[in-house]
Design a protein around this ligand. Structure first.
Ligand code: DUC
Ligand code: ZN
Ligand code: ZN
Length: 462
């Protein structure tokens, strides 16, 4: 039976308009001003906005850091995603040292297949580059993995500059896209050692050991190496004005640089590291929370379309037991925060309602741009006839408060505790099936793997 979503306002990056939308099986069949019911199941969306299903291209579910396993796996993480309006996540399949990429991908499928409540894809995080791994890049593309992640910090994960150069060229040749975690790993190690030697062991030492120039230097180096390898690139979780300035310099030379930031860099600042009773550990993530000036810069960059995507870097660890591993030494606090469930509401409330971005930009930054960059458009990220019927019926009149007491994320806190939000999904459709109703998951484990094609390298700035 077909379904009609009636009376809503369709929101797209190019503009918004009142229309009805008809779903046939798992696809969008038709969008028109008035559609006759003709026996279809009708959902009344009067007063609601219809967004393309949101995409979060930065989650770490069921991931071990070596000392801690993330609190959220694909069961709880994707329930959190879908209830908030995120219909697709792209998680980081991560190669262990000595492992093949094929094995790493198999491991991640085993975690996600049959478990996920939203659609899912994988970036491949490469930690052990060698000639046989190079030969696996084509296999990854054939498996629908067309984006790769590299770290410039974290000793168990990071690649050298030479490896970065080589991998960039290799991935460019298959029209994939690399995303890099930009922090200078040597400097971070040195500064952590300095803090420990000085007896500075509280969470306040965490941001002090990862200052803004540590990010900016890594961004700059990455972008020079990208220029030399003639590769378009993505920067994940950009957090500083200093780093953003490096992006502008590279773009002024004509380089294609895509940039992601995360809600926590927009909403929270470094004052969270001065809380009492070790509460600051909740906010220990890398890069760390920054200054108000950095926040302002990131919001302005979103407004100017200079930042392309907003994803979460959802990487949750329980405050009790897990974050507590670092009670006597900040460098032992597992890095990361939850966020996948709350990104759409936070961005709608503090972005759209506060006039920092438009709702059309929200559709771009949380959905369409992400789909294009990661080779999913127009299957995902679009409300066009033939696209997957991933639709968020957004009720802008809803008022609520974020609290860990009522969330799907399986972690004992949220960094947004007590935050007032406006708007939530009245309904979420995943490939035509309604899976969320008014804050409740009504069908779970319906997620499917998204086999991605090459990156679009869409034109960015005019
Ligand atoms: N930063 C985090 O805070 N957690 C996961 C990995 C990362 O880069
Ligand atoms: Zn990272
Ligand atoms: Zn991450």
């Amino acid at each position: 039976m077909s379904k009609i979503i009636k009376g809503g306002t369709i929101v797209t990056p190019k503009g918004s308009f009142a229309a009805d939308l008809r779903i046939e099986d798992n696809k969008i069949a038709e969008i028109a001003e008035q559609l006759p019911a003709d026996g279809a199941e009708v959902l009344d969306a009067t007063g609601c906005l219809l967004f393309p299903g949101f995409i979060d291209a930065h989650t770490h579910f069921d991931m071990s850091t070596g000392t801690a396993l993330t609190a959220d796996n694909f069961h709880s993480g994707t329930r959190g995603a879908i209830v908030g309006g995120t219909t697709t996540i792209v998680d980081f399949a991560t190669q262990e040292k000595g492992e093949t990429l094929v094995q790493a991908l198999k491991n991640w499928h085993a975690k996600a297949d049959g478990v996920s409540s939203c659609d899912y894809a994988f970036h491949m995080a490469i930690s052990d580059w060698n000639p046989s791994v190079r030969n696996e890049i084509d296999t990854m593309v054939a498996e629908g993995v067309t984006s790769f992640k590299l770290y410039l910090a974290y000793d168990n994960l990071r690649v050298s500059d030479g490896e970065l150069y080589e991998i960039l060229k290799c991935v460019r040749d298959v029209h994939g896209i690399i995303g890099v975690h930009c922090e200078n790993g040597d400097l971070v190690n040195e500064m952590i050692a300095e803090k420990r030697a000085a007896g500075e062991l509280t969470p306040a030492a965490h941001p002090a050991s990862r200052p803004d120039f540590v990010e900016a230097e890594a961004v700059s180096r990455y972008l020079y190496i990208a220029e030399a390898s003639d590769a378009p690139v993505n920067i994940v979780h950009l957090s500083t004005k200093l780093g953003f300035d490096e992006v502008l310099k590279a773009r002024a030379k004509g380089q294609k640089v895509y940039v992601e930031t995360c809600p926590h860099y927009l909403m929270l600042d470094e004052s969270r590291y001065n809380l009492e009773n070790f509460e600051s550990a909740k906010y220990v993530c890398s890069p760390p929370l920054r200054k108000k000036e950095d926040q302002q810069c990131l919001w302005t960059a979103l407004k100017n379309n200079d930042i392309d995507t907003v994803s979460t870097d959802h990487c949750s660890f329980n405050f009790k037991k897990q974050k507590e591993q670092g009670r006597d030494d900040f460098s032992k606090i597992p890095n990361g925060m939850p966020g996948v469930e709350h990104r759409p509401a936070v961005m709608y409330t503090y972005g759209v309602c506060e006039n920092r971005i438009t709702k059309e930009q929200m559709a771009a930054q949380l959905s369409e741009n992400t789909a294009r960059l990661f080779g999913m458009y127009p299957q995902k990220g679009a409300m066009l006839a033939g696209s997957d019927a991933d639709i968020v019926v957004w009720d802008p009149s809803f008022k609520g408060t974020i609290t860990a007491q009522h969330m799907q994320q399986n972690v004992d806190y949220t960094p947004y505790e007590g935050l007032a939000v406006t708007g939530r999904p009245k309904a979420v459709f995943l490939r035509g099936q309604q899976v969320v109703q008014d804050g409740e998951v009504i069908a779970e484990h319906c997620g499917a793997y998204v086999h991605r094609h090459e990156s679009e390298y869409y034109p960015q700035h005019g």
